[in-house]
Write a protein that binds this ligand. Structure first.
Ligand SMILES: O=P(O)(O)O[C@@H]1C[C@H](O)[C@@H](CO)O1
Length: 296
């Protein structure tokens, strides 16, 4: 089911054209808000917002904590577009649909993608409330062929065999760490490896132990397909995980993760995440050679 559906270039373009007919904003930066992190959109000034249900071709959000709105606006001199709610494979969307907005962003002229997510920690040094800058990912669905790039390649977006080493931009990672130090939050920020699993169930203890042994620092149910598609079409990517829970690795541990707890930690840390992302956007250099008429 996941790899068969194809979306034509025209379909992405139609959605991009519709959005450009509805807003004057021409975004340089796109932000995807993870579970409980939708408030990132609230910082945008001069907002134009659209319910996903009103945007031609857009999938619908079905998960609590994902409002289902696309918000355009200005932030510290940069034009941004923010997804208040993302699409997950476990909702039943094909991976093409899950990543549909990324190519639309490319056609809108976006140059940099910021992805955020809620994740459980496997690394002993990562506690709930910590922020992990994503250094790299392990795309478990991708490793077994569930990849949004499966099927005929659209050369207008990118190459058949895109490299993924370095897909999380080093310059932006360094800048984020520098900002964290200046904002006094570096004590609960570190870099790490994110792994995407399919969900929607949380991990068994044996699965948690396996992920830990493989060197995974944090695990979640999103992000990797978005980053693969973004890297394929040449977007610069920055990612961060808000650690919302420790993944249970011991049979002696009676703790049990749940989605409400995940959302709660998101709310508690929302201000810190917002300040960090805002300053990052403010200080990032944009090298926008795209224009919306011939973006790809
Ligand atoms: O959209 P993200 O990856 O932030 O959402 C995480 C993973 C699941 O969708 C959900 C579990 O609580 O949060």
């Amino acid at each position: 089911m996941h790899s068969k559906e194809q979306i034509s270039h025209d379909e992405y373009q139609k959605t991009a054209d519709w959005l450009m007919s509805q807003t004057q904003h021409r975004p340089q930066v796109a932000i995807i808000c993870g579970s409980g992190l939708g408030m990132l959109a609230d910082t945008l000034k001069c907002q134009d917002s659209f319910a996903y249900s009103d945007i031609p071709g857009f999938p619908q959000s079905t998960v609590q904590g994902h409002a289902g709105r696309l918000v355009f606006g200005e932030l510290k001199g940069k034009t941004c577009v923010c997804m208040q709610g993302r699409f997950h494979m476990y909702e039943g969307h094909s991976l093409c649909k899950t990543t549909f907005p990324i190519r639309v962003f490319k056609l809108l002229g976006v140059e940099t993608l910021i992805v955020t997510n809620a994740a459980g920690s496997l690394a002993d040094g990562l506690q709930p409330g910590d922020i992990m800058i994503i250094k790299d990912h392990i795309n478990f669905p991708g490793l077994v062929g569930l990849n949004p790039l499966s099927g005929p390649n659209d050369d207008k977006f990118g190459p058949r065999f895109p490299a993924m080493s370095g897909c999380y931009d080093k310059g932006l990672r360094c800048l984020a760490m520098e900002i964290a130090k200046q904002q006094g939050v570096a004590g609960f920020m570190q870099e790490g490896v994110y792994a995407m699993v399919g969900g929607p169930n949380f991990e068994t203890i044996a699965e948690a132990r396996l992920l830990h042994r493989l060197g995974v620092d944090a695990v979640g149910m999103s992000t990797a397909p978005e980053v693969v598609v973004a890297t394929h079409c040449g977007l610069r990517v920055f990612g961060l995980s808000l650690i919302t829970n420790k993944v249970v690795k011991s049979y002696e541990d009676s703790e049990c993760v749940n989605h409400e707890g995940v959302l709660e930690v998101g709310r508690l840390r929302s201000h810190t995440v917002q300040q960090l992302v805002t300053e990052l956007i403010s200080r990032m250099e944009i090298n926008n050679n795209n224009n919306t008429s011939n973006a790809v």
